[in-house]
Design a binder for this molecule. Structure first.
Ligand code: PNS
Length: 165
């Protein structure tokens, strides 16, 4: 079985992340979404919230693929998480050229740490290419409308319940 892990902070999950998860599920038989429990920056959402929001958003947005997508928390090295999950691939999304430099550095570093694990990149759909969790949080905290950026399950967790219209 081809297993891929998709590690990230998901603070909160955006439609861009969900797009990448859907694309990965189209290629791999099982996708394990890994929520980094202690990212470098203190997260706005707790680990439990990020897990619940992701699970709900995946079930609602990608119902056909959802049974093949797991959502779990992890800590420590991504390559150790990949090995523990039986995954030989790390999935990451690329929105723009600006993502490439840091992603290339991570991919090479991870390969140095675990030669048997490859990183696979998916281009985020153009309509989601502008999205970032950091900007979503800022907009929501300042009272802006983020309903086109994050799934309904995430909205109550970023300081707004507002919707378009
Ligand atoms: O959603 P993010 O914040 O862009 O995800 C970054 C993440 C979780 C993929 C990265 O920080 C990571 O892999 N952290 C785990 C620690 C680790 O393995 N570091 C070495 C990676 S080169």
């Amino acid at each position: 079985m081809t297993v891929a892990i998709y590690p990230g902070s998901f603070d909160p999950v955006t439609y861009g992340h969900l797009d990448v998860i859907g694309r990965a599920a189209g290629v791999f038989e099982r996708v394990v979404v890994g929520v980094l429990a202690n990212p470098r920056k203190a997260p706005l959402l707790s680990t439990a919230e990020r897990l619940t929001v992701l699970r709900t958003a995946i079930d609602e947005t990608l119902p056909a693929a959802a049974p093949r997508i797991d959502v779990v928390a992890f800590d420590g090295l991504t390559v150790d998480f990949a090995r523990a999950s039986g995954g030989h691939f790390i999935v990451r999304g690329l929105r723009a050229v600006s993502d490439f430099e840091s992603e290339m550095q991570m991919a090479h570093t991870n390969r140095k740490l675990a030669a048997e694990v490859d990183t696979v990149f998916f281009m985020t759909a153009l309509e989601h290419a502008y999205l970032s969790s950091t900007l979503v949080k800022e907009i929501a905290l300042l009272g802006g409308d983020v309903s086109a950026m994050i799934p309904p399950a995430a909205r109550g967790h970023v300081g707004t319940h507002r919707t378009v219209g």
